[in-house]
Design a protein around this ligand. Structure first.
Ligand SMILES: C[S@@+](CC[C@H](N)C(=O)[O-])C[C@H]1O[C@@H](n2cnc3c(N)ncnc32)[C@H](O)[C@@H]1O
Ligand SMILES: [Zn+2]
Length: 404
């Protein structure tokens, strides 16, 4: 399809309730046939639709929860404009969008016109940080600032926080999961000022490090940060934190920080306030990572509302089943803050065959503990049982599988 004024082949697609023009994916495929969004003149990643579906559900649930008549959303890295348009069409929001790339701004404006939301969505060519600072000077009070960059959101976090006047949500995507999960330790130190380590719960570590970073940055500007929703999907971390002005709120949020620990000798996972390097259970040398956030990863009331809205919107959501499953799982995990165990790793340390995950979860519950699978890893489970109890339950399952 050729669109006047666009010097590249395009395609018209539907996403949610928006209809948008994107660079034709067929023109930007690798040799193996896989579409490479970064090669296209304007960035549009169809795999991020899941992220955007949840963003719209979140926006609607947050609007209800906070009792807001109308949302004001700022999206300073907008690409094709798809996310901004969806916030306007599906959440009725007033949206301020920007991108540094003139091709992106041009296409996003065409998309805004075509969706009939030009009265509600403005798209400007600007650097994200300058744009956020300018909106603040102009007195715009965002209810949601959505930071969806290439790689790390760290360079935009300070201005995004400061752009929130009294109360609002910072939503951030991070695709730099290698540093966050402990693989590129120097980048982790540079970007997030975190002491690196390798744990068996690296996806949760990635989420908790980014949340911890947001809390620390928010505190330095005298804001508190409360996590409404945080998850890991595909190859990225996504966080929604409610930012509220106030020194005592900042202190309260800081009190949720600590260090994560993992013992590669006995499988112990947990947190500590003072980074000790000796495992309390086997005396082995601990892996210690942090600072990171140790509190709940979602607000149950918000997730409940998102689930209800997902039911109502089941025809517009591309992966309705996947969304419902994630929200159900997050709700179940929310009240257990200790990091997840990887059953395969734990069984290998204990030199035993793996029982079925469901069997272990049931056995832990039968002993009076909370236990559930985790959205982070299909081989993972989380529980509030102390480490020796987890080990004892596993050993008992091995010796008397039918009687636990
Ligand atoms: C991952 S894409 C955004 C995708 C979009 N949010 C979505 O949901 O489809 C990142 C965008 O940020 C833009 N960008 C990169 N650096 C920027 C900066 N400093 N200021 C503003 N935009 C920037 C890029 O041009 C690109 O369009
Ligand atoms: Zn140990």
């Amino acid at each position: 399809m050729v669109v006047e004024g666009l010097p590249y082949p395009t395609k018209r697609i539907k996403e949610g309730k928006a209809e948008i023009i994107i660079p034709d994916p067929d023109a930007y495929r690798r040799k193996d046939g896989v579409y490479e969004p970064a090669w296209a003149p304007v960035f549009y990643n169809p795999r991020m639709r899941f992220n955007r579906d949840l963003a719209v559900l979140f926006a609607n649930a947050y609007r209800e929860l906070a009792g807001l008549e109308r949302l004001v959303v700022v999206e300073p890295l907008t690409g094709s404009g798809v996310r901004a348009i969806r916030y306007a069409v599906e959440s009725g929001a007033r949206v301020y969008a920007a991108d540094i790339d003139p091709d992106a701004v041009h296409l996003a404006r065409i998309n805004v016109e075509n969706n009939g939301v030009a009265d509600r969505v403005t798209v400007e060519r600007a650097d994200a940080n300058e744009y956020l600072a300018r909106l603040k000077r102009e007195g715009i009070r965002p209810s949601i600032v959505d930071i969806d960059p290439f790689g790390s959101p760290a360079p935009f976090i300070d201005t995004a926080i400061q752009s929130i006047s009294v109360r609002g949500v910072l939503a951030a995507t991070a695709t730099d999961t290698a540093p966050l999960s402990g693989t590129h330790s120097r980048a982790l130190r540079r970007r997030y000022d975190v002491k690196p380590a390798r744990t068996a719960w690296e996806k949760e570590q990635a989420v908790r490090i980014l949340v911890g970073y947001i809390i620390r940055r928010a505190a330095s500007h005298e804001y508190g940060a409360r996590i409404l929703l945080a998850y890991y999907a595909d190859y990225y971390v996504r966080i929604y934190a409610e930012i509220r002005r106030g020194a005592s709120r900042a202190d309260e949020s800081l009190s949720m920080l600590g260090y994560g620990v993992y013992c590669p000798y006995c499988g112990y996972t947990g947190y500590t306030d003072t980074p000790s390097h000796q495992c309390p259970y086997c005396g082995g040398s601990l892996q210690v990572v942090g600072p990171l956030y140790r509190g709940p990863l979602c607000d149950p009331e918000l997730v409940k509302r998102m689930r209800r809205l997902a039911e109502e919107e089941n025809t517009t959501l591309a992966e309705h089943r996947r969304i419902t499953r994630l929200l159900e799982q997050l709700e179940a995990e929310c009240s257990i803050t200790k990091p997840y165990y990887r059953l395969d790793r734990l069984c290998s340390i204990l030199r035993m065959n793996m029982p079925k995950l469901a069997q272990l979860v049931d056995a832990l519950r039968a002993r009076g503990y909370k236990a559930t699978r985790t959205h982070f890893d299909p081989r993972g489970f989380r529980t509030d049982a102390p480490h020796p109890e987890v080990v004892n339950t596993l050993i008992e399952l091995r010796t008397r599988p039918d009687q636990v």
